[in-house]
Design a protein around this ligand. Structure first.
Ligand code: PLP
Length: 393
């Protein structure tokens, strides 16, 4: 996205043109941004058996899945629906990982039938998998007590988290694997989401390497996702260079001790797609009370849940007039809930009814979490490439 004539542009299209052509609310995704993030990750992770499995829960738009497939990404899924989308787009079974909690037998049968690699989340999942597919190869998701993330809802390590097999139960996990002649070929962890501190990611990395020494049949180590992006103006970018150097060095050292080189997997979701997405909405009304000014727009937390669910910050700008007389407002949605507010005390160039507001960094956990609450329609999505509109869905 860029600014031209004081308006917000995506490629050669102004946001107002897109808003008119496709209607609002509209999710606009930029293919270039996804490509850049993917290449940035590849450039920094120099360990030669490094693989990216895109955590598609962040955004399952088919055009985005296709783009990532063409870039060379593999994929991580958490449901039958995500596996089906991945297969439909052309990901090979061997490149699809499945990591889920509270799995039904029916879903596990589907996973096994489709030869999808699993990271089992509990002792009971190992038991279930063993009964259904004895002699198979499995990965296990472990919870090493290290958690991090932008909100308690997304911290997935530690005793308060429902995820993973705790270290204390690993010997039972091994026993179960033995009972069903399962080979544990991968250890997986995911400590949480939107982590901007490379130190905590590296601490968890070290801990997994330590644990891995007790497993002799490993083929892969999967460090999950969680790579953060700067939502707040004060946020600093994750230090990818340091992360890449350190992870590479640590993997190389580990290979010497372990006696073999294992695959190293990361499962970024947000990092690849968050900054590529913008939610456009029209201003429908501006109302005041003695203390505040509310700018009402034609979308709500039914389309972008993050602010209401996590108190997340998304930068909001007036796409019709980026620079202008500034006013302090609360940007509110059109859902009948007082918590339906995208931002309080936001300083934006004074909007009028009909202007387009752009809610930035909405590419991850945006549309995928949308609902039809209040019986409103789902928003539309388009993907912009260098030469125009690649695809609208
Ligand atoms: C197992 C697993 N891998 C990867 C991710 C992706 O996380 P992020 O989007 O923060 O990279 C998640 C997110 O919940 C997850 O649960």
């Amino acid at each position: 996205m860029h600014t031209k004539n004081n308006k917000l542009y995506f490629g050669k299209y102004s946001s107002t043109t897109l808003a008119k052509k496709f209607g609002t609310p509209l999710y606009v995704y930029e293919a270039d941004v996804i490509r850049q993030r993917y290449l940035e990750l590849i450039k920094n992770m120099l360990y030669h058996k490094f693989h990216i499995h895109y955590a598609c829960k962040a955004n399952t738009n088919i055009s985005i899945l296709k783009l990532l497939l063409h870039l060379g990404a593999k994929i991580e899924t958490v449901s039958r629906g995500e596996i089906t989308s991945a297969l439909k787009v052309g990901f090979k079974s061997k490149d699809i990982l499945y990591t889920s909690s509270s799995v039904t037998e029916e879903e596990m049968v589907f996973v096994i039938k489709n030869n999808i690699k699993v990271n089992l989340d509990s002792l009971s999942q190992i038991e279930l998998y063993g009964k259904l597919n004895p002699n198979g190869k499995i990965g296990i998701r472990i919870n090493q007590g290290i958690g991090a993330g932008h909100h308690s809802h997304v911290i997935t390590g530690g005793v308060m988290s429902k995820f993973g097999i705790p270290l204390e139960h690993l010997s039972q996990a091994k026993k179960l694997a033995k009972k069903y002649k399962l080979q544990i070929v991968s250890l997986h962890q995911h400590i949480g989401s939107n982590v901007l501190d490379s130190k905590i990611l590296l601490k968890a990395f070290d801990k997994l390497l330590e644990t891995a020494k007790d497993f002799s049949e490993l083929e892969s180590l999967d460090f999950g996702g969680g790579l953060g992006i700067p939502y707040l103006p004060k946020d600093k970018n994750l230090n990818l260079k340091l992360l890449g150097q350190e992870m590479t060095r640590k993997m190389n050292n580990f290979s010497k001790i372990y006696g073999r080189e294992l695959n190293m997997i990361l499962e970024p979701g947000r990092f690849l797609v968050a900054e590529a997405g913008t939610l456009l909405a029209n201003v429908t009304e501006i109302k005041t009370n003695p203390k505040r000014t509310f700018v009402g727009i034609n979308t709500g937390f039914n389309h972008l849940l993050r602010p209401a669910m996590y108190g997340s910050h998304h930068e909001i700008i007036n796409a019709n007039k980026i620079k202008g007389a500034i006013i302090k407002v609360d940007v509110a949605g059109n859902i009948c809930e007082s918590g339906d507010v995208f931002g309080r005390d936001r300083k934006i160039s004074k909007p009028k009814v009909g202007d387009v507001l752009a809610i930035k960094n909405s590419g991850a956990y945006g549309y995928v979490m949308a609902s039809r609450y209040n019986s409103r329609e789902l928003p539309r999505e388009i993907l912009i490439g260098k030469n125009g509109i690649l695809r609208s869905i």
